[in-house]
Design a protein around this ligand. Structure first.
Ligand code: C5P
Length: 402
């Protein structure tokens, strides 16, 4: 099974039922699948399993208090809610289901469930009579209506000796279900080309002109596109991040090299994301030897680099073309101008500077297309990338001919 859980931020909620003995195994399997796990325990969960066990298997301190100053200082509950790519509550007791269905926020776990935008799955575990009780069943209906994901329960012998529905779904099956959340198939079979990172324009053999782009946004988009079932080619300038698994990766240095690589790979491409912060200028003449420090002042003569995304947008059989506009001021207006002037299908306007956008793990953007726009609040770049892929798949669907 391909793991789509790699690098996903998963909150594992543990509530007070005997099936909590399976929670360390679930944690271990999540980590084996590549997820980063934070465990949240209710007070009753601690009657069944110790926070020390969960800390040891997850590699992080357990979160268990809503009003704990120390925990709030480390990672506050709203921050934790935003951090999550998914929440899985396993085991989920009848009491937890009831509180969740009523929208209560009287402990850390229910508060996180209210505060997060991430998908929430629960794996109920309780006595078969409690499960069949009409009150539990109406809570179940309410949760299903609100798009909570319900995993199980399985049927069989129960800890109390009864036989029937109410056993927690096995950890291996929960992993399979969680994996499916991230395997969206939105871009199944599509060919996606992405440029990322900065370009480096040589001055002499040891010096160059570049910018502060880290490549994180482009790489996150590559991951999200792969997750959505696309074949991804990633053309990257010099960065210090790990290559996405299952992408065809091409390393380049300068804007001219990036253009050549793009033009070579653009045929059969359905969607082109031009995320790279391409240097606008390069040296007219690169010094063949290291420049000596003699003069008090020097002048470097620069010439314009080709505009890669505009070149692609002008090709006869152009792919659906997406640009980025990283700006420090007048962001939306400048982005709108680029959308029109570069003939793009969509542009992602990105405020940069003051620790925003470039070289940061978080980002907030406004996406513009035709005469419409949609804003995305500050969130981790991985999460934003998934949102952007969703929007792209919806908008490009109208134009891609398969
Ligand atoms: O013109 P500006 O650099 O602000 O436009 C940003 C968009 O254009 C980005 O999508 C970037 O990848 C692309 N671009 C390009 N080639 C250039 C300059 C920018 O593809 N030489």
């Amino acid at each position: 099974m391909i793991s789509f859980l790699k690098n996903k931020h998963i909150i594992l909620g543990v509530t007070g039922g005997i099936a909590a003995y399976k929670s360390p195994d679930l944690t271990r399997r999540l980590i084996e699948a590549g997820a980063i796990v934070r465990v949240v325990m209710t007070q009753h969960a601690k009657e069944f399993i110790t926070p020390l066990t969960m800390q040891a298997v997850s590699g992080h301190p357990v979160h268990d208090e809503l009003f704990d100053l120390q925990a709030e200082a480390a990672m506050g509950h709203i921050e934790l809610a935003r951090w999550a790519d998914a929440i899985i509550v396993a085991p989920a007791t009848a009491d937890f289901m009831a509180r969740l269905a009523r929208g209560e926020a009287n402990d850390l776990l229910t508060t996180l469930c209210l505060a997060t935008c991430a998908p929430i799955a629960i794996a109920p575990a309780m006595n078969q009579a409690m499960w069949k009780n009409t009150l539990t069943q109406s809570n179940l209906e309410a949760l299903l209506a609100k798009k909570f994901l319900i995993y199980g329960p399985a049927s069989g012998l129960q800890a109390c000796g009864d036989v029937g529905p109410g056993r927690m779904m096995e950890p291996a099956d929960i992993i399979e279900q969680l994996n499916a959340i991230f395997n969206t198939g939105l871009l199944a079979g599509k060919n996606i080309l992405i440029t990322a990172g900065p370009t480096r324009e040589a001055i002499d053999p040891v010096r160059y002109i570049t910018n502060a782009s880290s490549g994180k946004m482009g790489y996150a988009l590559a991951d999200a596109a792969i997750e959505a079932g696309a074949h991804v080619t990633l053309i990257s300038g010099p960065v210090n991040i790990a290559k996405p698994l299952r992408a065809t990766c091409i390393d380049v240095v300068s804007a001219e090299e990036m253009l050549a690589a793009v033009l070579e790979k653009i045929t059969h491409c359905d969607i082109f994301f031009s995320v790279a912060a391409v240097a606008d200028y390069r040296l007219k003449h690169i010094f063949s030897e290291k420049m000596a420090k003699k003069a008090e002042e020097i002048t470097l003569e620069l010439v314009r680099n080709p505009d890669i995304v505009a070149t692609v947008a002008n090709l006869p059989n152009r792919p659906w073309t997406v640009g980025f506009a990283a700006e420090t001021d007048n962001v939306l207006q400048k982005a709108k101008n680029k959308l029109i002037n570069k003939k793009l299908d969509m542009i992602i306007a990105n405020q940069v500077g003051n620790n925003l956008g470039f070289d940061s793990d978080m980002n907030t953007v406004t996406v513009l297309w035709e005469d419409q726009q949609k804003s995305f609040p500050l969130m981790p770049k991985q999460k934003l990338a998934r949102e952007l892929i969703q929007l792209t798949s919806r908008l490009s669907e109208r134009k891609i001919v398969c």
